[in-house]
Every structure is written in C-alpha cells, then in structure tokens.
Design a protein around this ligand. Structure first.
Ligand code: HEC
Length: 152
C-alpha cells in the first residue's frame, strides 16, 4: 500500500513542470477568454441598443415627425429658434439616448418644451432621435453614444 503511494508520488515528480501546471494555465486562459468575450459582447450590446442614425426607414419616419411636430420651435433643419438648436451646434448631443428620450417624452418643466408622450409612441420618439442624429458629425455621434465628451 505504502509502495503504491510512493510510486504515485514518484510518477508525479517525474512530470515536467509545465505538465503539472498546464491545468491551471488552461483554466486561467479560459477565464481570460471568457472575460474578454464578455466585454466584447457588452460593448456590442451597447452599440446595438443606441438609436441608429443609419437606418433609412427610421430616419425617414423621424424626419416626417420632426417636420410636423418639432420644426416650428427647433427650426426646419434643427438650427434652433424658440427651442435650442438640435443640429449639433448646441449641446443636445451631450445627452445620451435615454436623456433625449425623457426630454421628448416628458418635456422640460417650466419651459415651452412640453412632453410629447400623448401623441408620440416610444418607437416614434426613437425615430425622431435617429433623424436628429443625422445632423451630428460621426465624432459627435460617437461621443454621444459613449457619453464621453468634453464638457461645455
Ligand atoms: C413649442 C415649442 C417646442 C416644440 C414644439 C418642441 N420643442 Fe423641444 N425645446 C423647446 C424649448 C424652448 C427647449 C429648451 C428648453 C430649455 O430652456 O431648457 C427645447 C429643448 C429640447 C431638447 C433639449 C435640447 C438640449 O440641448 O438640451 C430636445 C432634445 C428637444 N427640445 C427635442 C424636441 C423634439 C424632438 C420635438 C418634437 C417632438 C420638440 N423638441 C418640440 C421648444 C419646443
């Protein structure tokens, strides 16, 4: 019995070091791969969820809604009038999608920007935002999407 144990130990000792730790290395690599994969998936999910300004259908739908509902105050090209410019010259692009959604849905208290939730569905509000985004440079679109931009 004792000799059996001794043989097992001897056999284990004979294994080169890389064979002995290979299990750990393998597990560690798997962990790293899973982590990186998870991060990539999270990043992809983030862009997927952000309102897409490159979908022709969404943008076209948004343009109609903007012209009918928003242009009177924000200008036909978003250049601003009674309402702030939305064309990228002011700071509308500093708000992330959810902030823009809630401004359009619920309005800004004590201003002429009233909420539009009574006559626009969530889908229509997203369409308007996608149209507004087409005025922004790719750089501003990226900063708006990630929420990383110089303050101002
Ligand atoms: C009756 C005029 C009026 C209409 C119609 C209107 N807005 Fe506004 N909007 C304003 C005003 C005024 C402000 C600025 C409020 C303030 O003082 O903060 C504003 C602000 C905003 C902001 C925030 C801009 C920023 O830089 O923070 C967004 C986004 C916006 N409007 C989108 C829309 C959209 C989209 C529509 C159409 C569905 C719309 N508005 C219709 C008057 C209007």
């Amino acid at each position: 019995m004792a000799s059996k144990k001794a043989r097992r130990i001897r056999r284990a000792r004979r294994q080169p070091w890389w064979q002995q730790i290979s299990g750990w290395v393998w597990a560690l690599s798997l962990g790293v791969v899973l982590m990186v994969g998870g991060l990539i998936a999270a990043a992809a999910g983030e862009t997927e969820k952000s309102i897409d300004p490159t979908s022709p259908e969404l943008v076209a739908q948004g343009q109609v809604i903007f012209t009918e509902t928003c242009a009177a105050c924000h200008g036909p090209n978003g250049e601003g009038d009674i309402g702030s410019p939305l064309n990228g010259s002011a700071h509308a692009w500093h708000h992330m999608d959810n902030q823009l959604r809630s401004v359009i849905r619920d309005g800004i208290p004590n201003t002429q920007m009233v909420g539009h939730k009574d006559h626009l569905t969530d889908q229509e509000i997203d369409a308007v935002i996608s149209f507004i985004k087409t005025w922004w440079t790719p750089e501003r679109q990226r900063m708006q999407r990630t929420g990383r931009h110089p303050m101002g």
